[in-house]
Design a protein around this ligand. Structure first.
Ligand code: 3H9
Length: 698
C-alpha cells in the first residue's frame, strides 16, 4: 500500500506532502509517513522542510474514526515533538482548514503560512475533548492564555487574517499557495533562518482574579460539559509548568475525556450528522436539479426567516404575500432582523444590504412562474395549503420543486392536489428559521429521488443540517414532543411547579425547560392546535388543563409578559409566579388530583423516557431512517444537550432494560393510556441488544 505521505528533496527544500482524502486526517498511516519523512529530512541535503497538503484542505485533525479503538503508534504528541525538534526549520503551508491535530501540526512547525481563504482552529471541545497534541501548551505560548482559552473553549475556527494578527500565522498568500510557500522557504533559507520552537517560549500567567473570572465564565457557558473546564486548567498550566509537565497534564486530561461519556456522545453526533445527510435508498450520485432561484409563499415569521436563510447563502428569493400591507409587514420584519444582526456587530451594513437586496417582494403569484423551488409557508391549515399547491401547480414551470413548510399537515394530501406529486416535498424549518440549523426534509410517498437529493444538498448550501422524515403527524421532532410536553405538564399538575420541572430538565442540560419553551413559543399555539382536534386526539386532558386556563386568562407567554411564569418587563427574565401556583393547585383539586412530591429523578424519567419511547415507535414505523437521525433532530432543533448525544444515544447510555422496566412501572402507577412500551423497545430488550447495535445491523 502506498503511503499517504510522500517526501522529496526539491532543490534545498525537503517537501513533505500529505494526501489522505477527504480531509487529510492524521490516521496511523499519515502519522507513520510523517515520522519517516521528518527523519529523512534530517539526513539529506535539505536546508528547510515544507509540509503541504493535496486536496481540498490542510489536515483537518486527528482521524476521529480511530478514537475509541486501541491507540496505535506513533502517537501524535510524540510525532509533533519530533517535528518541533527538527534541526532544520519546518514550514507549514495551510489551505482550507487546519483543525485540531492539523493545526497542532502547524503549531509544532517552526513557521506557518496560509492562503487568505484558509481557516485555523481547535474544535476538539465540540468532540468533548481538549487539544491533545500540544495545542493547550503551544497556542497560549503564542497568543497569551486568555485568547487561547477563548479559541479552544469555543472551538470556532478563525480566518487567516485573524490568525496573522494573533501571531499564529506568519505570512498570508493570495493566489497559489505552493508557489508562495516555496518562494518564502527560499527567502528563509537565504536569511539563514533557524528553527523557532514554540515550546521554548514562555507566557505570562493570569492573575488569580483573572483565572477565577475565566473559570466562572467558561463554566456558565459549558452547561455541564467537562472539556471546556479541562481546557482552562491545561492552558493555565502553560504559564506555571514546564512544557514537558504541561504536555503530561494535557495527555492525562485527553485520555480521561476520550474515555468518558460526553466525548462518546459528541463523537456519535459528529458522525450522526454526516450520516443523516444520506438517504439509504438514494445513491449519492443521483443527479440533482439546478436551484438558482427561490420563491416563498407567505411573508410571516417563518417565511421571512426562510427567505433570509437563502439570501444569506447568495440565493435570490421572491417573497409572495396576499396584499401590499402584509408584504410590507413581512419585509419590515426582515429589515429589522438584519438591523439587529448589524447592531450586534455580526454583519457589516454593506453585507446586510447585499443580502437584503436578494429578497424581492411581490403580490403577484405569477412571479413564481420561473423560480426553481417554491416553499409555501402559510398558516397551518390543510385546505389553505392545498389551495396554494393547486395554484403553484398551474403557475410554476415544469421541474420546479414545490415544498411545504408545514409542521404537522399531511404532505401526501398536499401533493395529491397537484398533477406532479413527485415534485412535492416538505421542508420543515425551525423558528427562527434564519438561525436554527435543523431542517426536516419530509419525504412524501411520491416524492421523486432527485427532488430529495436536491433538497438534502441544498440544505447544506444554506448551512442547515438536513434530516429526512417520512410523513406522520408532527414528523420526527414535533411528534415526539407531544409526549414530552404531556409528561412535563402532568409533572406540574401532579405536584411540581413550572420552575421545579424546568430546573430538573435544565440541570440535565436542556437549553430551556419544557414549560419555559411553551412561554417562548406562545401558549396560544398549542391551544389553537388542540382546538381543531377531535377530543380523542387531544391527549390526556389533565395535561393541558393548566395551559388552557392560563391562555383563557390572557397569559400567552413571553409576548404578554406572563404565561407559565411572569417576565420582568425590562430584562425578560422569568420568575416563578405565585398566581400560577394557585391556578395549578386549584385545577389539580378540581380534577381530583392529590398533589405529591415529584422529585427530579421522576421528572427526568417521565419526560425523557416518554420522548425515547416515541422515538422507538418512529424508528419501528421507519419514519426516521436511524436512531442517529432522531438525535440530530433533537440536538439541532429542540435544545437537547449535545454532550448527551441526543435522546436515542442517551437511551443506550441509560440502558434499554431500565427504560422498559420504568415505563412498565409508570403504566401501573401513572397511566395505562399514556404508557405503552414501544414494541421495538420490547423486542430489543428481549434480544438483549442495544439500539446502536440494532441500527448497525438493520
Ligand atoms: C483532534 O484532532 C484531536 C487532537 O487534538 C489530538 C489527538 C491525539 N477524522 O464534514 P464533511 C470525514 S480531534 C475522520 O462532510 P465538510 C467526515 O466524516 C479532531 N474523518 O465535509 C466525512 O466523511 P463521509 C479535530 C473525518 O467539507 C468527510 O470527512 N478536528 C474527519 O462539510 C467529509 O466531511 C475536527 O473536529 C476527521 N477528523 O467539512 C474537524 N473530519 O463523507 C472535524 C472529517 O464519509 N471535521 N471527516 O461522511 C470538520 O469539521 C469538517 O469535516 C471539515 C470539512 C470542516 C473538515
Amino acid at each position: 500500500m502506498t503511503s499517504p505521505v510522500s517526501y522529496s528533496l526539491e532543490g534545498r527544500i525537503g517537501v513533505i506532502r500529505i494526501n489522505n482524502p477527504p480531509v487529510n486526517a492524521l490516521s496511523q498511516a499519515v502519522r507513520a509517513g510523517l515520522e519517516d519523512a521528518i527523519k529523512a529530512a534530517q539526513q539529506d541535503a535539505s536546508g528547510i522542510v515544507l509540509i503541504i497538503c493535496d486536496g481540498r484542505s490542510f489536515v483537518a485533525g486527528a482521524d476521529i474514526t480511530e478514537f475509541g479503538k486501541p491507540p496505535m503508534e506513533p502517537f501524535l504528541p510524540d510525532l509533533l515533538g519530533a517535528i518541533e525538534r527538527s534541526a532544520k526549520p519546518v514550514v507549514a503551508a495551510i489551505h482550507g482548514t487546519a483543525l485540531g491535530g492539523g493545526f497542532e501540526l502547524a503549531l509544532a512547525s517552526h513557521y506557518r503560512c496560509a492562503l487568505r481563504s484558509a481557516k485555523v482552529g481547535l474544535p476538539e471541545v465540540k468532540l468533548g475533548l481538549l487539544p491533545g497534541a500540544g495545542g493547550t501548551q503551544r497556542l497560549p505560548r503564542i497568543t497569551g492564555i486568555g485568547p487561547a482559552i477563548q479559541m479552544m473553549t469555543s472551538g470556532a475556527p478563525i480566518s487567516a487574517s485573524d490568525a496573522l494578527t494573533a501571531g499564529v500565522v506568519d505570512k498570508i498568500f493570495d493566489g497559489e499557495l505552493e508557489a508562495g510557500a516555496r518562494a518564502w522557504c527560499d527567502e528563509l533559507l537565504s536569511a539563514d533562518t533557524q528553527p523557532r520552537r514554540t515550546s521554548d517560549r514562555s507566557v505570562d500567567a493570569l492573575t488569580d482574579e483573572e483565572l477565577a473570572a475565566i473559570r466562572a465564565q467558561v463554566a456558565k457557558r459549558a452547561r455541564g460539559q467537562i472539556a471546556p473546564m479541562e481546557i482552562v486548567e491545561a492552558a493555565a498550566a502553560a504559564a506555571t509548568k514546564s512544557f514537558e509537565e504541561g504536555m503530561k497534564l494535557e495527555r492525562e486530561a485527553f485520555m480521561r475525556l476520550i474515555q468518558g461519556e460526553q466525548s462518546a456522545a459528541l463523537r456519535h453526533l459528529f458522525f450522526a450528522e454526516r450520516e443523516a445527510a444520506k438517504i439509504s435508498d438514494i445513491p449519492r450520485d443521483t443527479p440533482k436539479r439546478d436551484i438558482q432561484t427561490i420563491g416563498i409563499v407567505g411573508g410571516g415569521t417563518m417565511g421571512g426567516g426562510i427567505a433570509m436563510s437563502f439570501a444569506n447563502a447568495g440565493i435570490p428569493v421572491t417573497l409572495i404575500e396576499v396584499n401590499d400591507e402584509a408584504l410590507e409587514r413581512g419585509l419590515g420584519i426582515i429589515d429589522k432582523n438584519y438591523g439587529i444582526t448589524v447592531s450586534k456587530g455580526k454583519l457589516t451594513e454593506e453585507a446586510a444590504a447585499e443580502r437584503r437586496q436578494r429578497i424581492v417582494g411581490s403580490t403577484d403569484f405569477s412571479d413564481l412562474a420561473s423560480v426553481d423551488l417554491v416553499i409555501e409557508a402559510v398558516f397551518e391549515n390543510l385546505e389553505l395549503k392545498q389551495d396554494i399547491f393547486r395554484r403553484l401547480d398551474e403557475t410554476c414551470k415544469p421541474g420546479a420543486i414545490l415544498a411545504t413548510n408545514t409542521s404537522y399537515q399531511d404532505v401526501n394530501a398536499i401533493a395529491l392536489v397537484t398533477a406532479r406529486p413527485g415534485d412535492v416535498i416538505g421542508l420543515h424549518f425551525f423558528s427562527p428559521a434564519n438561525i436554527m440549523k435543523l431542517l426536516e426534509v419530509v419525504r412524501g410517498e411520491k416524492t421523486a429521488a432527485d427532488v430529495l437529493a436536491t433538497c438534502m444538498a441544498l440544505a447544506k448550501k444554506i448551512r442547515k443540517v438536513p434530516v429526512m422524515s417520512r410523513v406522520c403527524y408532527g414528523f420526527i421532532g414535533n411528534r415526539m414532543l407531544q409526549d414530552y410536553g404531556r409528561e412535563a405538564q402532568l409533572c406540574v399538575i401532579e405536584g411540581g411547579t413550572p420552575d421545579s420541572v424546568d430546573s430538573a430538565m435544565e440541570a440535565f442540560g436542556m437549553a430551556m425547560g419544557p414549560l419555559a419553551v411553551f412561554d417562548l413559543a406562545g401558549m396560544d399555539v398549542g391551544y389553537k392546535a388542540r382546538e381543531i382536534l377531535p377530543d380523542d386526539q387531544k391527549g390526556d386532558p389533565r395535561a393541558y388543563r393548566v395551559a388552557d386556563v392560563l391562555v383563557e386568562a390572557g397569559r400567552l407567554g413571553q409576548k404578554t409578559g406572563a404565561g407559565m411564569y411572569r417576565y420582568d418587563p425590562d430584562t425578560r427574565r422569568r420568575e416563578p409566579d405565585p398566581e400560577v401556583l394557585k391556578i395549578i393547585e386549584r385545577e389539580a383539586g378540581a380534577l381530583g388530583i392529590k398533589r405529591r412530591n415529584i422529585d427530579d429523578k421522576e421528572v427526568h424519567d417521565r419526560i425523557l423516557f416518554a420522548l425515547i419511547n416515541e422515538g422507538m415507535n418512529i424508528l419501528d414505523e421507519r419514519i426516521a431512517q436511524r436512531p442517529g437521525d432522531i438525535d440530530v433532530v433533537y440536538v439541532y432543533g429542540y435544545g437537547f444537550p449535545a454532550h448527551r448525544g441526543g435522546p436515542m444515544h442517551y437511551a443506550d447510555v441509560v440502558g434499554l432494560p431500565v427504560i422498559l422496566e420504568t415505563i412498565r412501572s409508570f403504566r401501573e402507577t401513572l397511566s395505562a393510556e399514556n404508557w405503552t412500551p414501544s414494541p421495538l423497545l420490547e423486542r430489543l430488550v428481549e434480544q438483549g441488544t442495544t439500539l446502536s447495535e440494532w441500527a448497525r445491523n438493520r
